[in-house]
Design a binder for this molecule. Sequence first.
Ligand code: AGP
Length: 600
Amino acid sequence: MCGIIGYVGANALTSPDTLEVLLNGLNGLEYRGYDSAGVALSNGSLEVYKHEGQVSNLESMLPQSAPDSVGIGHTRWSTHGPPSDRNAHPHTDTHNRVAVVHNGIIENYEELKTTLQAQGVTFESDTDTEVVPHLIAAELEAGADEETAFRRAIDQLEGSYAIAAVFADSETIYAARHESPLVIGVSDEGNYLASDVPAFIRFTDRVIYIDDGQFVTLDRDSVTVTDSEGHTVETKTETISWSPEDAGKSGYDHYMLKEIHEQPAALRGCLRGRVNELERSITLDSIPPLEWEGPIMFVACGTSYHATLGGVQLLEERGMHAVAYQASEFEAARRPVGENSLVIAVTQSGETADTMRAMREANRVGATTVAVTNVVGSSASREADHVLYIRAGPEIGVAATKTFASQQAAMVLLASALHGEIDPELVQALRTVPDSIQTILDTSDAKAVAETYADADAYFFIGRGPQYPVALEGALKMKEITYKHAEGFAAGELKHGPLALVTDNTPVFATVIGDGPRARKTIGNIKEVEARSAPVVAITDGRSDVARYADHVLEVPEADDVTGSMLANVQLQLVSYWVAHGLGRSIDKPRNLAKSVTVE
Ligand code: AGP
């Protein structure tokens, strides 16, 4: 969702320039939204610059520098009102006394707006956010000082928000958080606030994570965090363990391609120190042995949900009952969650609103909750009872790639840990996956296959057992970055309806691992589509005779069903990448999407 950056330099002569910090931050946050971008600079008066589209559009209208200004900036993912200059943040009050940036949704904005309009306020945008500067201005007019006005305005809001405000005649940034991320960066050169660490990691690696309900005042040489009553809260400053280079493109054309290539390292990181083969035990950070009643419940969205489908299969195979819920449907599913339940929230970002709502509901009824996440300090990591970090490193491309691979590995670890014993063969197989992925990356024909089918009407993906979630994931990746129609199906389901969609211009990507009964059945399904003239691309480890029925083969090293699904997924990621590349799509920032979806 939207990205926020704020900066107060300690010293006009020696600290980084405000515009340099804001632009660096906006570029680092663009993965969160890129419908428009804007900044507000305060230096005795307020100057606001904003523009529809990507940050580069904004850059061309900015002054060269703003050395002594206090500034806030924003990249937008539209929720209320279409992408446009007028709906871009920051928003100001009528007299330009205060500028505000916001991430989240203000659910009661219509009531607030009606009241403000009745008081004579004219609105310039269609956004929910614009009520905030007008509310602050109303409090200033009633005689409140800036901090009090800010607090009183925030107190009137319902919904989710991270909000930052600067005033025309002050050197302080005020911010507040409720269900949207906010992190502070501290340094001798000045203080920073942002939706996520990549926004300021170039300037400081010392961070303070802000909790729901807290307020922040950011000054040139101090940061104060207070609770909703105004009492000062003791904060913990943590040091980030990754560097700015980790969040850069390292010579790749796109973050997505870089992150696909980082999968071997990401998986090694996920496994490191967690499996003791001699003792046949798994240690998952500080998660103690867990007890629960009823089914183990996963909640997740999108790609993370696909990882949980694999998790369910692993648990069920080990005799444990498990169910995966799309987090946005958790409430509607009338799930049997209670104080003895175990709920596992899988979320790369740790901020996805649908997943957080489901996890909070589980926390509310006293269930044991585990967050499987990539982001240290994220909301999920702080609100769950236990955390399993997937340790994939920062992922910037909106399309999840390496984090999915790491989630798949985490599911194997988690299933073994919950089962209480490890499957030595599976663990051994897991250890070979990084090298096998490297082999795929070095030899893949995915680019040629993508070029062959770049003009297809639609793309279908099929698989059975552990290959089924990968079929769903293959299709999601294809839709997300190529904007082409793509669907994933359980291989056996094709004949129950989707087969009607199959033509000679709808390639079918079929994953076939091994040569057992599952593989043979999938080959039967391949013959069905082949008989209807559809081109077939088989992703296979070559142990079956699927190549005889396929127009193209994308090979993966020999593997078992579970780790084979991880390997097949890499070939599918590459196919989607190269189709999107051929079509000239905005691969890292696909239209209408955002990396971190912090609204329901
Ligand atoms: C994946 O490519 C998508 N960008 C999306 O489906 C994503 O997986 C989903 O929004 C969940 O995100 P999370 O893992 O951060 O919770």
